[in-house]
Design a protein around this ligand. Structure first.
Ligand code: DX5
Ligand code: ZN
Length: 222
């Protein structure tokens, strides 16, 4: 399995987004964090900005919705040009219905779990999702430190995906850097989000390559 790198533009310069999107042109996706100041205590950007980002980005857009009432809003992000839309399990009434609607709209459908949200209710439903995002920090801010206790969830997910013969991706988001990327990939995560580690690096392109190489090595066993 090959690792996919999705730098989070939460750590980019919001007044120079187009420039900063081009700085991650060798990544697999651009991770766009949408926050509504209700589901999380922070506010970022919404539909009109995502639409423009999708138009100018050199790589496909991976939208991470940290908003309440995802059932109402997620489809709009599919129509705004995202390639993948992730909504939170804690913010939807009908995750399977929503995932089916997203797939019907032609985007990858993904469900996210906060650190304290169990994965077990989703294990029999994994075929309904293209990706599961295991949050490795409490969502809301970049630059937080990685929560080790989320790793067993990644391992249980990978085991279940393998057992069922599925191709569901596992994304991790929060505190992913050179020091943690091998651990999460070894546990079975194949889509790595990194914000401060990538945009805080002196050479952004080299950092993406370094994270990918470390993750590819650690994913070898999967
Ligand atoms: C946090 C966001 C992340 C954030 C990660 O809620 O979902 O995508 O940008 O930032 P780092 O990689 O700095 O932990
Ligand atoms: Zn995110």
């Amino acid at each position: 399995m090959r690792a996919l790198i999705s730098p989070s533009i939460l750590s980019a310069d919001f007044t120079n987004l187009e420039r900063d999107l081009h700085r991650i042109a060798r990544a697999d996706y651009a991770h766009v964090d949408v926050m509504d100041n209700h589901f999380v205590p922070n506010l970022t950007l919404g539909l009109p900005v995502v639409k423009r980002i999708a138009e100018v980005s050199p790589v496909p857009i991976d939208v991470h919705l940290m908003i309440e009432d995802a059932d109402r809003w997620a489809l709009d992000y599919a129509q705004a040009g995202a390639a993948s839309v992730t909504f939170h399990a804690e913010a939807t009434q009908a995750p399977v219905k929503l995932a089916r609607e997203l797939r019907a709209a032609g985007v990858r459908a993904s469900v996210a779990l906060r650190p304290a949200t169990p994965v077990e209710p989703f294990l029999d439903l994994l075929g309904e999702f293209d990706m599961v995002l295991v949050m490795t920090v409490e969502p809301g801010f970049g630059g937080q430190s990685f929560i080790e206790g989320t790793l067993p969830k990644v391992r249980r997910l990978r085991a279940s995906i393998t057992e069922q013969g599925l191709d569901t991706w596992i994304q991790v988001d929060g505190g992913v850097a050179r020091s943690t990327v091998a651990t999460v990939a070894e546990a079975g995560a194949n889509v790595l989000v990194a914000g401060s580690a990538v945009y805080g690096a002196a050479d952004v392109a080299a950092e993406i390559d370094a994270l990918r190489a470390l993750a590819d090595d650690a994913l070898g066993a999967h």
